[in-house]
Design a protein around this ligand. Structure first.
Ligand code: GLA
Length: 371
């Protein structure tokens, strides 16, 4: 096993927090995520046969051993499916050993799966000199998750993991994957972004996510538009009777969230954090009431943060658990954490975990093959 110790390439990729623009990537909207400091690392080594071996530093005794010929979209498995999916979607035809390590909190809705996919994708791109762009790698990582793993995610998480830059949030236009960096410096204004992992179940694979996507798609088709990107709020409201009540609510979230995201970029450029906080809270209300993907733990974290001075707070990611964010004055962080922990306890929820993160760099190669 000593050959695991000398990789040809080491690549790493971060998880993400989405500031605003939730559940609109698959409606071709705008999203505003940033990369967090927590990262996944992939160490890769070429083999001279067609075998694939995968292991994780967190579970050194388990080695997944398979081969290129055995790659099969839709097969059963655990976390290694994300790695195998990327090997498959990148069309790799030679064997490889991959060792994974990292500190992206698992199951917290901070995109540990995209971090894993993107570290492997960037590493394979380097190892096999594929010459793929970051945008192409994001699309192929998404393909791995959609088809190989079977999770119908959008393109936000992979894009930010590959294209983010430190100190900025990334405005991503999910229609053409063009990006604009938006400087995001809370510290200079005495603020911090608190990440609250509710430890509640994340139900992305359970069908609710797919149902939301379908509702947006059927609303678009009834409105004769290619996606909800193509309609403004007043027009949607005027066309309400063409849609079922459920389709209207889902579309109302998507269309209003796209407008909020662009407004958030404008207020962020003016460093108007009070206005940013309001938009973040409006996003939560829309996700809770129109999109119906929040849960008691997320609502509790948001409500308690707002009641104790946060400028804004909302659930992030797929919904039904995972994390919330709160924009908090630095000198109130400990008090807000304490209040949330207390409230979780009195509601008999699991004990929450707290994180914080500056906007960090996207995926990087830290060791290259010397030819
Ligand atoms: C998950 C998906 C993303 C996006 C978010 C919701 O993280 O992977 O593509 O749809 O949910 O904004």
């Amino acid at each position: 096993m000593s050959d695991w110790l000398s990789p040809d390439v080491i690549a790493s990729a971060p998880g993400r927090v989405n500031l605003i623009g939730e559940h609109i990537d698959y409606s071709q909207g705008f999203v505003l995520p940033f990369a967090i400091t927590y990262r996944t690392t992939a160490q890769l080594r070429r083999r001279d046969d067609q075998r694939i071996r995968i292991r994780s530093k967190q579970r050194m005794d388990e080695v997944v051993s398979t081969s290129i010929a055995e790659l099969n979209p839709g097969s059963q498995g655990g976390w290694e499916l994300y790695v195998l999916g990327v090997i498959w979607s990148l069309g790799i035809s030679e064997g490889v050993d991959i060792e994974i390590d990292g500190d992206v909190p698992l199951g917290a809705g901070l995109s540990s799966s995209a971090a894993l996919e993107c570290a492997v994708a960037l590493g394979l791109n380097e190892l096999f000199s594929l010459g793929l762009s970051r945008k192409e790698l994001a699309l192929l990582s998404q393909k791995a998750e959609n088809i190989y793993v079977g999770v119908p995610c959008g393109i936000m998480d992979q894009s930010v993991s590959l294209m983010a830059e430190s100190g900025s949030a990334l405005l991503l236009d999910c229609r053409d994957l063009s990006t604009t960096l938006v400087p995001f410096d809370l510290g200079a204004s005495g603020l911090e972004l608190l990440i609250i992992d509710t430890r509640a179940h994340h139900a992305l694979v359970d069908g609710e996510y797919a149902k939301r996507r379908q509702a947006c798609e059927s609303a678009s088709s009834k409105l004769s538009i290619s996606s909800l990107r193509d309609i403004e709020l007043p027009t949607l409201i005027a066309a309400r009777e063409k849609l079922s009540e459920e389709e209207f609510k889902r579309a109302h979230h998507a269309v209003s969230e796209m407008a909020r995201t662009l407004e958030a970029v404008a207020v962020l450029r003016q460093k108007d954090f009070a206005a940013l906080g309001e938009l973040i809270t409006q996003s939560h209300v829309s996700l809770r009431d129109d999109y119906e993907i929040s849960c008691p733990e997320l609502n509790c974290a948001v409500d308690v943060a707002l009641a104790h001075g946060a400028l804004g707070a909302r659930m992030i990611g797929g919904g039904f658990g995972g994390s919330a964010i709160a924009l908090v004055h630095q000198n109130q962080i400990e008090m807000v954490k304490g209040e949330i922990a207390e409230s979780f306890k009195s509601n008999s929820f699991a004990e929450p975990r707290f994180f914080t993160s500056l906007p960090s760099a996207g995926a990087e190669i830290t060791k290259k093959l010397v030819r």
